[in-house]
Design a protein around this ligand. Sequence first.
Ligand SMILES: [Zn+2]
Length: 102
Amino acid sequence: MKLKKGDTVVVTRGKDKGKQGTIEKAFASRGLVVVPGVNEYKKHVKKNVTGQASEILTMTRPLAIATVALICPKCKKQTRVGYMTTKDNRKVRVCRKCKKEI
Ligand SMILES: [Zn+2]
């Protein structure tokens, strides 16, 4: 999984193309991420037994990871994630553009 919670991403496809946000949840096994404000839909909640009034909620659907691109926190550019092994043998993510650890 190249992206994780807290990463800033930009949507590259679909109706929310160009929108930016921060990953709130990442589902590595399914390749999905949840970005608040992106891929929203309205959910109508019917009046229920507890007497709560019906309402329309705005929900966020998970997005396929392939439809978002990382914004590097260091150079602020849309980039791709690369990997590098440090001297102390840690595998770290790096920005392909500025080569800094992210
Ligand atoms: Zn960068």
